[in-house]
Design a protein around this ligand. Structure first.
Ligand SMILES: Nc1ncnc2c1ncn2[C@@H]1O[C@H](COP(=O)(O)OP(=O)(O)O)[C@@H](O)[C@H]1O
Ligand SMILES: [Mg+2]
Length: 396
């Protein structure tokens, strides 16, 4: 390339950057945004692959969040050691780095190789920074033609700057939406609390009424606590701040554990709880704690919306690619008009709202967790007869 060609090439690359940055700024879904960023990063730096690692400043952990050309759902959340990785070095120094021979670099941790099954020959990584805070690392791997240059670094830094702003925007956008709904939902329990305390102050209220008021206070405080916990879970999952602790584990054991936890609660209410498992199930790769939380949430509902002498059945079978988990109950059922809405945040079947306490957040958390594992969840229900939730989860 002569000088004018190099200049042209540069102008083209910067033009490309401007186009990309417009596109990034109009994307508010974090996961879609991240996948757009990695493919743009590979494009502008002429690299084979690109990946993003997000940094959690509270836990001081770095975890894998997106990459080109692979199914990231399952790999998402994989932790990368700060002290033993190039990405960790970038977090600590807040500086870009070009590594010609990653294998012999003592900072190298072959997470990219492990995740993408490709051999890493060369690597360029930059910090993603907003308001002087590091939020993650963007890495491009294996220049298609030659080595990564300082020019590639400059272009990637340009993209990284735009990408960081877009990531922060999408997080803020999702949170502001969620916070607005949350505050709205707080009003009901708060007004119950306020009515009860108001009555308690009244000297003419007798002991029995006082006792009843205190019970209401207790219940509403529990409701607020539940709502805050579920809300925090959901906010972390939705904004991608919650990382998955991925491991291989035995799914039968997990289901046994869930059965053990919920059995006595079901029994106390006169509900039979059956567990139907095949001899052996394939190994699952995922966040055990989160998947347990999802199953427990569904079992909680199966108990809560059941009838006396009701039955709950938890079963699981494996197809070639998936585990199929069903949670069935013989309870109240869900009216047809509501089945498509129950996974929405704060949505509760109106007929249940008055009689049964709840937050309307449980199923949203479940759905986030299952989708985060590359799975899906369905519901079938007949009013007055019962409900079945089915989870499809890819296995190894
Ligand atoms: N097993 C079930 N049987 C009947 N209705 C259910 C069942 N599970 C969920 N629902 C309905 O879906 C709504 C949303 O569920 P969820 O998000 O867990 O919130 P919550 O249980 O706190 O109300 C519930 O309020 C209820 O109306
Ligand atoms: Mg629930």
């Amino acid at each position: 390339m002569d000088n004018s060609e190099i200049k042209n090439d540069l102008v083209n690359r910067y033009q490309q950057l401007i186009n990309i940055s417009c596109e990034l700024n109009s994307e508010l879904d974090l996961n879609i945004l991240l996948s757009k960023i990695v493919s743009a990063a590979a494009d502008v730096s002429d690299a084979e692959e690109a990946s993003i690692l997000m940094y959690d400043p509270i836990k001081e952990e770095l975890y894998f969040q997106a990459a080109t050309n692979i199914d990231t759902q399952l790999k998402r959340g994989m932790k990368v050691p700060i002290e033993k990785s190039i990405a960790g070095w970038i977090v600590e120094h807040k500086e870009p780095v070009i590594v010609e021979d990653p294998q012999s670099d003592r900072r190298h941790f072959d997470h990219v190789g492990e995740i993408t099954n490709i051999e890493v020959h060369s690597l360029l990584g930059i910090p993603l920074i907003t308001k002087r805070e590091i939020i993650g690392v963007l890495e491009v791997i294996n220049k298609k033609d030659g080595e990564f240059t300082k020019e590639d670094e400059k272009v990637l830094l340009g993209l990284g700057g735009q990408a960081s702003v877009a990531i922060e925007n999408s997080r803020l956008f999702q949170q502001s939406d969620l916070i607005e709904e949350f505050v709205h939902e707080l009003r009901t329990p708060l007004s119950a609390l306020s009515a009860a305390t108001h009555l308690l102050k009244n000297k003419r209220v007798d002991e029995e009424q006082k006792h009843r008021m205190i019970e209401i206070l207790d219940e509403e405080i529990d409701a607020l606590t539940d709502m805050s916990t579920s809300f925090l879970d959901l906010a972390r999952l939705e904004t991608g701040r919650k990382q998955y602790n991925v491991q291989n584990f035995n799914f039968s054991e997990l289901l046994f554990e869930c059965h053990g936890i919920m059995e006595s609660e079901a029994q106390e209410l006169g509900i039979a709880f059956k567990l139907a498992l095949p001899e052996d199930l394939p190994v699952i790769r995922g966040d055990r704690g989160k998947l347990k939380q999802a199953i427990i949430n569904l079992l909680n509902n199966a108990i809560k919306y059941n009838k006396e002498e009701g039955v709950i059945t938890l079963s699981c079978k494996a197809t070639e690619a998936e585990l199929v988990i069903t949670i069935s109950d013989t309870g109240l059922g869900i009216p047809n008009k509501d089945t498509s809405r129950i996974f929405e945040k704060f949505y509760r079947v109106p007929e249940h709202r008055e009689k049964i306490p709840g937050t309307g957040l449980g199923l949203s958390v479940v759905k986030q967790i299952i989708n985060g594992h590359g799975g899906r969840i369905d519901v079938e229900s007949e009013l007055g007869v019962g409900t079945t939730f089915t989870i499809y989860l890819p296995h190894q």
